[in-house]
Design a protein around this ligand. Structure first.
Ligand code: ZN
Length: 148
C-alpha cells in the first residue's frame, strides 16, 4: 500500500502540473516541475507567470493602439475638412453680388409724366406736380381718383 501511494501521488501531481501548465501555456514547465518534484513541483508551476494572460493582455493592448491610431486619423481628416470649410466662405465673400433693384414706371394721373419708383405698392410723390400718387390705384384702372 505504501509502495503504491507515493507513485500515485506523483502521477496525480504530474497530471495536475500538466493541467495547470496547459492553462498557463506552460505545459512543458508543468510536466518537468511536477515530474521532478511531485506536489512541490505543482506549487512551483502554480507560481509561474501566466503566459496565456500576458498574450491576451498584449493583444488587447495592440487592439487598443490600433483603435487609437484609427481615431487619430479620423480626427486629422475631420480637422482638415473643418479648415477647408472655414477657408471657403472667406474666399467667396468678396464675390457676393448686391441685390438687384427693380424699377417700376407709373404714369402720373394729373400731369401724365412717367414716374420711376422701386415700390410696387404704396404712395409716391410726382416730381413735376408734387401730387401724391397711389401706385395701386394707378396700376388698377389707369385713371386715378380724378383731378381734384
Ligand atoms: Zn404729376
Amino acid at each position: 500500500m505504501d509502495d503504491l501511494a507515493i507513485p500515485l501521488i506523483w502521477l496525480f501531481s504530474v497530471v495536475i502540473g500538466c493541467l495547470v501548465g496547459a492553462a498557463k501555456r506552460r505545459i512543458g514547465s508543468g510536466l518537468v516541475w511536477s515530474l521532478l518534484f511531485g506536489p512541490l513541483g505543482v506549487i512551483v508551476v502554480l507560481c509561474l507567470p501566466n503566459l496565456a494572460k500576458k498574450e491576451e493582455d498584449a493583444k488587447a493592448q495592440q487592439l487598443l493602439q490600433s483603435q487609437v491610431q484609427l481615431q487619430q486619423a479620423q480626427l486629422r481628416e475631420l480637422q482638415a475638412l473643418v479648415t477647408a470649410v472655414a477657408a471657403r466662405p472667406a474666399a467667396q465673400a468678396p464675390a457676393a453680388v448686391p441685390p438687384e433693384v427693380v424699377y417700376y414706371k407709373t404714369t402720373c394721373p394729373s400731369c401724365g409724366i412717367h414716374i420711376e419708383h422701386t415700390a410696387f405698392n404704396g404712395w409716391v410723390d410726382c416730381p413735376q406736380c408734387r401730387r401724391r400718387v397711389n401706385l395701386a390705384i394707378v396700376e388698377d384702372d389707369g385713371e386715378g381718383e380724378g383731378a381734384g
